[in-house]
Write a protein that binds this ligand. Structure first.
Ligand code: TXA
Ligand code: MG
Length: 325
């Protein structure tokens, strides 16, 4: 974590008030922020990312007391989760208040809301005094940025200011839970697990179904490096590596164990054995591997167990065949 001087925060607020874009750190990934009540500013987010207009954005708030301004109904479940997990890496989908612009919700009747815990995000939200709409600060479909450098590489001149708060602690995007109907539904796994949510709610949390609200981050071909990525079980890893090597392909391998295969065209990278460390480093690692322009990135399957759910989800999406949508 890196502190940002007050005058930088003040400058960022001026930019947001005048309808500009400010990238800022959160505890999950960097966000690309704009005034959530300014439809013209929100349009710039979509243009900068190259993101389809109907994909809804998360509104970031300084604290839970702002909820009533953005959601027209606050179910007890939302109160409980906010109380327990905010500020933190949890996004709640609630029925939107009337004033929430259509540009934010993609025309849906719901809005995503989150109170981040990163001190720089908090300082910015506090000083701005209203909601900041922010998707991850990457080009559409690409890996989310976890450093200010990544944001520069992704968006460069398309953003008016980048607040550099150092590397993000969690490294993957927030858990999203839909509370807009009577059944709480997990839309995107994150650091906060389904069973942690269930413990607080005292009821089961559903998995996404065909009738759940749209969450495009949950479809294939997101969070993808440019190099083709394949997830391989530990048991098949050595054989797969030999296979690519025999074809004369250059492969980068991200694995828990270093297999005893030394070939000139194969490079091994150590993967952390703890889920939290793995998540923190994942996007930065994939970004680096991408730069080497290997023919393929082979990732050893991560362990079973809920603490790995979010990492497993992002790896599956990184590996999905590219779909043009
Ligand atoms: O950790 C995070 O959530 C980061 C940081 C910057 O806060 N933000 C982030 O935003 O990941 P984005 O736009 O990259 O992903 C937000 C996801 C998208 O999949 C979007 O479809 C979903 O949230 N979403 C937003 N509003 C929604 C809504 N009203 N209903 C269903 N899904 C929604
Ligand atoms: Mg994103």
């Amino acid at each position: 974590m890196k502190a940002v001087p007050d005058r930088e925060i003040e400058k960022a607020v001026v930019i947001l008030r005048s309808g500009g874009l400010v990238a800022f750190p959160t505890e999950t990934v960097y966000g690309l922020g704009a005034d959530a009540l300014n439809p013209e500013a929100i349009k710039k987010i979509f243009a900068a990312k190259g993101r389809p207009q109907n994909h809804p954005l998360i509104v970031h708030l300084a604290d839970a007391s702002h909820l009533v301004l953005w959601a027209r109904e606050i179910p007890v479940a939302a109160e409980r989760l906010a109380e327990r997990f905010w500020p933190g890496p949890l996004t709640l989908i609630l029925r939107r208040a009337e004033r929430v612009p259509d540009a934010i919700t993609g025309g849906q009747d719901t809005v995503g809301l989150r109170v981040p815990s990163h001190p720089v995000a908090h300082a910015l939200l506090q000083a701005f005094g209203s909601g900041i709409a922010a998707p991850s600060a990457n080009r559409y479909g690409r890996l989310s940025p976890t450093t200010a450098e990544h944001v520069r590489a992704e968006l460069g001149g398309r953003v008016d200011m980048i607040l550099d708060g150092g590397s993000c602690d969690f490294g993957i995007e927030s858990t999203i839970v839909d509370l807009s109907s009577s059944q709480a539904t997990l839309l995107r796994p994150g650091k906060i697990s389904a069973s942690e949510l269930e413990k607080v709610l005292g009821t089961p949390v559903g998995r996404p179904g065909p009738r759940s609200p749209r969450a495009p981050g949950t479809i294939a071909a997101h969070y993808a490096p440019q190099t083709p990525l394949q997830v391989v079980s530990g048991k098949d890893l050595a054989e797969t590596v030999r296979h690519f090597s025999a074809l004369g392909k250059r492969a980068a391998v991200l694995a828990h164990r270093h297999a005893q295969i030394d070939r000139a065209n194969i490079i091994w990278f150590a993967a952390p054995s703890q889920a939290a460390a793995y998540a923190r480093e994942l996007y930065a690692k994939l970004r680096r591997l991408d730069q080497y322009q290997y023919d393929v990135i082979l990732v050893e399957q991560v362990p079973e167990g809920e603490e790995w759910d979010a990492v497993r989800d992002r790896l599956a999406k990184s590996a999905a065949p590219r779909v043009e949508i």
